[in-house]
Design a protein around this ligand. Structure first.
Ligand SMILES: Cc1ncc(COP(=O)(O)O)c(C=O)c1O
Length: 373
């Protein structure tokens, strides 16, 4: 009889989509998880040249074109001070596939994966797709993940824990001290740390650090992508960086589910990573300005918001019924519980939209707050 697998039956379509569907056509959308900037021209141009010359017509090597992996290797050296040889990189279909590879290659049925709650929706779903058991853990009051909470959640059945800084949905940035602790936990407990660094460059206060900088073993796998940094979500280009033996296992999955990342996207990513970086700086400066406007407005509305230091999300604490009041007034925000049980009582607001829309939405949010208080 034709039936569905238990694994897939345990996964549902993200609650974020439901919110979008409920919104009117003219709604101001603060639910979006992608930058509202164009992909830099030099990245597009690199893809166009590859298409026109025929270089993008064929499969590439499974791991991806050599020059892209060299550029990624240089990026890790330059930005993170870690040595990741090109052989230790697989170009993937976005950070999403990179997370999938990390889970499939390391999680056995019945094993647990610890991740932040509220956290990015894929951690729970991909754990289940791999046959594992999700172990969401709550955050500190400032919405960062406490290494001690992670360490306490580890059992003999833990396959991996996920760290995501800067974070979706909270915008929180983990401190260097926390990252050192995550590395120590990965080393001492011999458990894998999957470090999701797709928002690495979108940091306003403090600095991004990777647990890979501090780990003494190969127990850290880094997931990254061009999606957010270069506003390339539609191109679908990310990567995993890890030790040779881990890459070899992840490649077994990648080879059969993907063969190789899209060739034009690989060339575009090469262009983005090796070209001028000022588009990134301009985008980050715009996000920071918007963040400040948003935080001021939320504060004026009487909403308490842990200060986001990166990405393009804020997560204010909101009263019961607030999200519905805001949605009814045609502003799209995502209820915190879409990101896990501990997200209840919060809402995620994306500021990847123009400052005028943010100001207008703030008036609506203030009105909605008055309506429910
Ligand atoms: C924390 C986090 N990780 C990974 C991804 C996946 O990114 P990509 O579009 O590169 O698949 C996202 C996308 O929203 C994200 O927010």
């Amino acid at each position: 009889m034709s039936e569905f697998s238990n694994r897939v039956e345990q996964v549902s379509i993200s609650g974020i989509r439901e919110v979008f569907e409920a919104a009117g056509e003219d709604a101001i959308n603060l639910g979006i998880g992608q930058p509202d900037f164009p992909t830099p021209d030099h990245a597009k141009q690199a893809a166009i040249e590859a298409i026109e010359s025929g270089a993008a017509d064929a499969y590439t090597s499974n791991k991806g074109i050599r020059k892209l992996r060299e550029a990624i290797s240089d990026k890790h050296e330059r930005d993170n001070g870690v040595s990741v040889p090109p052989e230790n990189v697989i170009a993937t279909a976005g950070g999403s596939e990179a997370l999938h590879l990390a889970m499939e290659a390391h999680v056995d049925p019945g094993q647990e994966v610890v991740f932040p709650d509220p956290g990015f929706v894929s951690y729970d779903a991909l754990t289940r797709v791999a046959g594992g058991t999700p172990k969401p853990v709550p955050l500190r009051d400032d919405l960062t993940l406490d290494p001690e909470t992670v360490e306490d959640a580890l059992t003999d059945d833990t396959a991996a824990f996920v760290v995501n800084s800067p974070s979706n949905p909270t915008g929180a940035v983990q401190s260097e001290a926390d990252m050192r602790e995550f590395a120590r936990i990965a080393d001492e407990h011999d458990v894998l740390c999957i470090s999701d660094e797709v928002y690495e460059h979108i940091v306003f206060d403090g600095e991004h650090h990777s647990p890979m900088e501090y780990a003494e073993t190969d127990n850290v796998v880094v997931v990254n992508a061009c999606s957010k940094t270069y506003s390339m979500t539609g191109w679908r280009l990310g990567w995993v960086a890890a030790s040779e033996r881990r890459i070899e296992r992840m490649l077994r999955v990648h080879q059969y589910v993907q063969a190789c990342a899209s060739a034009p996207a690989q060339y575009a990513a090469y262009g983005a990573l090796t070209g001028p970086q000022d588009a990134v700086d301009e985008m980050v400066a715009a996000f920071e300005k918007r963040r400040d406007v948003l935080l001021d407005g939320l504060d004026d509305a009487g909403l308490e918001t842990p200060r986001p230091e990166g990405a393009f999300y804020a997560m204010p604490k909101v009263p019961e019924g607030w999200v519905d009041e805001v949605l009814d007034r045609d502003v799209v925000v995502v209820p915190g519980e879409a990101f896990g049980e501990h997200g209840a009582g919060y809402a995620r607001i994306s500021y990847a939209t123009g400052i005028e829309d943010i100001k207008e939405a703030l008036e609506v949010m203030a009105e909605a707050t008055r309506a429910v208080r």
